[in-house]
Design a protein around this ligand. Structure first.
Ligand SMILES: [Zn+2]
Length: 71
C-alpha cells in the first residue's frame, strides 16, 4: 500500500493504473449528510482514494440547531 495519511491533504498518491505516484485532484460528493472527497488521479481519473469529512461548517451547525428546535 501507499503512504499513510490522516489529516493532511494528500497531494500525490500511488495510482494502480499508471503504476506510479500521480498528483491527485479532489472531487466532492455529498452522501448521507456527510461529505465524501474522492481523490482522482490527475492523469487517468482513476479513484485512488477517498476520505469523509464531517460537516463542521456554519451551515451544518445551523442545520443541526434548526433540527433541534423543530423537535
Ligand atoms: Zn492514473
Amino acid at each position: 500500500m501507499g503512504r499513510q495519511f490522516n489529516e493532511f491533504k494528500a497531494s500525490e498518491l500511488h495510482c494502480p493504473k499508471c503504476g506510479v505516484s500521480q498528483p491527485v485532484r479532489e472531487r466532492a460528493s455529498a452522501l448521507h449528510g456527510s461529505q465524501t472527497i474522492e481523490l482522482l488521479c490527475s492523469r487517468c481519473a482513476t479513484v485512488v482514494g477517498h476520505h469523509t469529512v464531517i460537516d463542521h461548517s456554519l451551515g451544518g451547525k445551523l442545520a443541526k440547531l434548526v433540527g433541534k428546535l423543530l423537535k
